[in-house]
Ligand binder design. Structure first.
Ligand code: 13P
Ligand code: SF4
Length: 334
C-alpha cells in the first residue's frame, strides 16, 4: 500500500477532517475519500458534514459551494489552481447587463460558476436537477440560463421552453463529437451509451441516456445491461468499475479529460491536511449570502421534485414559487 494512504488516514483523524471528492478525480484520490459524488451530491454532503474540516478534491466552484453551504467548517481546496474554465466564461458585469435587458426573466445558474455570479442569480442548478427545476417553473415564466449553453440547450430540449442562453461551455465535454460516439458504438454494439448533458446536442442525439455523473452511477447500478460506453470525463470510469465489478465500461474516447480535475493527488491531500498546501476557501459574507440564497433554492426545489413527480404535476409548491416571485419583484424595484 502507498504509505501516503496511511499517513492521510492518520492526519484525517488528528484534524477531525473529512475528504470529499468529485467522480472525475484520479482513482487514488477517490479511494481515500469519505464521499465521492457529483456536484449535486457533493453540495448535499457538504451541508451535512459535522467534522471540523472538509478536504475538497475537485475544482474551485465546488469547494466554494461547500464553504457557502457550511460556513462553520474549514474548507480546504487541495489544488488551489484547479479552476473550471466554464465558470470563468461569464462575468458579473456580463450577467448584470443581460438581466437589465430582460428584467422579468428568472436566472437559472449552473453551479459551475463563481460565487459572485451565483449571488446575481435566482436559482442554482446542477446537471442532475436542471430539467426538473425548470419544469417546476410556470410555463409562461421566461428564463435566462448561464453559463453552459449545452446544458441550457438540454433543458430547452427536454422542457420545450425557449431559454436565453449564455455562450459558455465546458472545453472537455465540448470535444465529445458525434463521430466519437458512433465509432465507440460500432466497436461495442452491445453497449448502452451514457452521455453528460455538457456535451453538444449533435453528440447527445446518438446516446441512449443523457445523465449527470451521479445519474450515470445510479443508472448503471440499476440496469440489467452489462456494457456501457461512457461519454464524459474519464475519471468516472474508476468509480463505475469499482461500484460494478462485473460490468464493462468503455470511455467514448480516452482523450476526454479535464486537466483541472486531474490535478488532485495523494500528495496534495497530505499537504492540505498538514496545512502545507491547498487553500482555505473564504467567500466574502455579502457574496456568500447571495450565493447561498440561490443554492438553498436549488436544494429545496430538488427535494420538492419527488413531490411533483409523484403528484404528476409540473409545479412547485405555492410557497416556494411565491417567495421566488417576491424576490424577483423586490429586485426589479431596487
Ligand atoms: P456533475 O454535475 O455531473 O457532477 O458534472 C459537473 C461537472 O462537469 C463537474 O465539473
Ligand atoms: Fe469545468 Fe468541464 Fe472540468 Fe467540469 S469537466 S470542471 S465543467 S472544465
Amino acid at each position: 500500500m502507498n504509505p501516503l494512504v496511511s499517513e492521510i488516514a492518520r492526519l484525517k483523524s488528528k484534524n477531525n477532517a473529512v475528504i470529499l471528492a468529485h467522480t472525475y478525480q484520479p482513482g487514488e484520490v477517490q479511494d481515500v475519500a469519505d464521499f465521492v459524488g457529483d456536484s449535486y451530491g457533493l453540495s448535499v454532503e457538504a451541508t451535512n458534514v459535522t467534522s471540523d474540516t472538509i478536504i475538497f478534491c475537485g475544482v474551485r466552484f465546488m469547494a466554494e459551494t461547500a464553504a457557502i453551504l457550511n460556513p462553520a467548517k474549514k474548507v480546504v481546496l487541495v489544488e488551489p489552481d484547479a479552476g473550471c474554465p466554464m465558470a470563468d466564461m461569464i462575468t458579473v458585469a456580463g450577467l448584470a447587463a443581460l438581466k437589465k435587458k430582460h428584467p422579468s426573466h428568472l436566472v437559472l445558474c449552473y453551479v459551475n460558476s463563481t460565487a459572485e455570479v451565483k449571488a446575481l442569480s435566482d436559482i442554482c442548478v446542477t446537471s442532475s436537477n436542471a430539467v426538473a427545476i425548470a419544469r417546476q417553473l410556470p410555463s409562461n415564466q421566461e428564463i435566462i440560463f448561464v453559463p453552459d449553453k449545452y446544458l441550457g440547450d438540454f433543458v430547452a430540449e427536454k422542457t420545450g421552453r425557449t431559454l436565453i442562453l449564455w455562450n459558455g461551455f465546458c472545453p472537455t465535454h465540448a470535444c465529445i463529437t458525434s463521430g466519437m460516439v458512433t465509432q465507440a458504438h460500432e466497436e461495442h454494439p452491445e453497449a448502452l451509451v451514457l452521455i453528460h448533458p455538457e456535451a453538444p446536442r449533435e453528440s447527445r442525439r446518438f446516446a441512449d441516456q443523457v445523465l449527470s455523473t451521479g445519474g450515470m452511477c445510479s443508472f448503471v447500478k440499476n440496469s440489467e445491461r452489462d456494457e456501457f460506453i461512457i461519454a464524459t470525463e474519464i475519471g468516472i470510469l474508476h468509480t463505475l468499475r469499482k461500484q460494478n465489478p462485473a460490468k464493462n465500461f468503455y470511455p467514448v474516447s480516452d482523450t476526454i479529460t479535464c486537466p483541472n480535475m486531474r490535478k488532485g493527488s495523494l500528495a496534495s491531500i497530505r499537504n492540505a491536511l498538514e496545512g502545507k498546501g491547498g487553500e482555505i476557501i473564504k467567500v466574502p459574507p455579502e457574496t456568500a449570502a447571495g450565493a447561498e440564497r440561490a443554492l438553498r433554492k436549488m436544494l429545496e426545489m430538488s427535494e420538492e421534485k419527488s413531490y411533483s413527480d409523484k403528484a404528476g404535476i409540473l409545479g412547485t409548491s405555492g410557497d416556494m414559487l411565491k417567495s421566488l416571485m417576491e424576490d424577483k419583484k423586490k429586485e426589479r424595484e431596487l
